[in-house]
Write a protein that binds this ligand. Sequence first.
Ligand code: BGC
Length: 356
Amino acid sequence: MEIQTRPFGSYQGVDYTEIVVKNDAGDCLIFSDLGARINQWSANDTIGQPRSIVVGYDSAEQVFDLDQYYYGATVGPVAGRIKDGLWQDGDKRIQLDQNDGQNHLHGGKSGWAFRRWDYDYSIEGDEAKVVFTLVDDATDSPYPGKVQAQVTYRLTNKHEWFIHYHIVSDERTLINPTNHVYFNLNAALDRPIDNHSLYVAAERYLPITPDHLPTGEKLPVEGTPFDYRTDQVLAPWLAANYPQTLVANGGFDHAFELSQGDGVKAWLYSPTTHWSIEMYTDQPYVVIYTHNDVKQEGKIAGIPRLKHEGITLETQAAPDAIHHEYFGKVVYEPGEVYESTTCYRLFRNVKVLEGE
Ligand code: BGC
């Protein structure tokens, strides 16, 4: 285990840092204090060459210039959209930024993805740990309360990346963070994720409106492009002439309601590398977004950007939960602790979906 820091560039006079974490199994995870992001996860292939499996930026300048996609970022206080940016809490009307048309998206202009977080790191036995902390209060954000957020990343020697959130506010507020990591297990960003297979332990998904808000319904996945209860290759479904994939611009931008229990909640596999990722979480939903457009040109690691260049597995309560019953808990009372854990585990060279 080894941890080092290095500069990640600066923007408008603020310097940012990368924290480079290596385990004894050859994984290298690179985090940044800009948005408590994961910028890189590489592992060695059969001939010992490192290959990266996540989409991430090369510098802080790139993040501020290009990032409408929240690559690898800690998104908060509330991930996804809130209709009209409005939280009517009894008599209290709280207007959040309308940064996505009429709606609020991913915490708005002062969202956690673009903030500089404090960090600390340590090696404890077989684990490397990086702890990011942020104090978000009314001077920075329209969300009520002084919110203290702590995001802990742990890397083990079993190719596991754990994310743990511990968040508390001194006022009643909204909390529903996620990590916006995009995986591409082809380990080459010029090959889109259409060839990947996906498994999701979900019986229902949430359809969306033309502005990508949930309609409020929960529909069975059965007989739709959203049925991954047994693993399926994505390509035909991403290209399907199906109203709900077309409304998302040709792919997914949808929440899946996860089955309960401790098993694998999602699994992703590339036939090019034979690498796979298992995802575990205690959260009730995963939002799967397949990078269905490229709003800005620009190269990352020298490679032009591409439709479907990555796929997210964003674990959270459902988007716009504040406006729908049974979409998950997002309102927290003063002193009430939000806590959750998600784990992604990498497997190389074997096509095994554990728990199937
Ligand atoms: C949202 C998409 C959005 C993307 C990048 C996803 O979580 O659901 O609609 O385009 O993030 O911001």
